[in-house]
Design a protein around this ligand. Structure first.
Ligand code: ZN
Length: 150
């Protein structure tokens, strides 16, 4: 809201979720259900990103399984290059715009400077892995979290 105003000490709040690229989300759902001991709470397709997602809670964090729905989706390309596995780590932030400004000043490469609507009712941006030692980092801010965000 106060875009342009520099606030010291904006930080990541917690690991919101870990994104895992999978070839087949139905079979991955079964594996993660066995692993965690409970079922996923949500499936969602994000058409603009060409992915199907499935979310499991795990304490304060979540596991997000991602399957490509298009050949040219980032998940399809990731699996082609590196196989299945951890695709990104997502950090929860209170104000994604402030955080983008802060991280740009720190020299991180922001992939999409305008946050986009991701899965699970979030605004998201990604940082290029080359600026984070090989890890694709997602920042996410809950949309309409009036209760938590004054
Ligand atoms: Zn994610």
């Amino acid at each position: 809201m106060l875009s342009g105003v520099e606030i010291q000490g904006t930080t990541m709040k917690k690991i919101e979720h870990i994104g895992i690229a999978v070839k087949n989300i139905e079979s991955a759902n079964k594996v993660y259900k066995s692993l965690l001991g409970y079922d996923h709470y949500k499936s969602e397709e994000v058409e603009s990103e060409g992915v199907k997602t499935s979310f499991f809670t795990c304490g304060e964090s979540k596991i997000e399984l991602l399957e490509a729905t298009k050949e040219n989706s980032p998940i399809a390309k990731f699996i082609e290059k590196r196989g299945e596995g951890i695709h990104h780590i997502a950090f929860a932030v209170d104000d994604i715009y402030l955080e983008i400004n802060r991280l740009k000043k720190e020299g991180f490469v922001v992939l999409n400077e305008t946050p986009k609507k991701g899965a699970d009712n979030k605004l998201v941006v990604f940082l290029h892995p080359k600026s984070t030692h090989g890890v694709l980092v997602e920042l996410c801010q809950e949309i309409n979290n009036n209760e938590n965000n004054l």
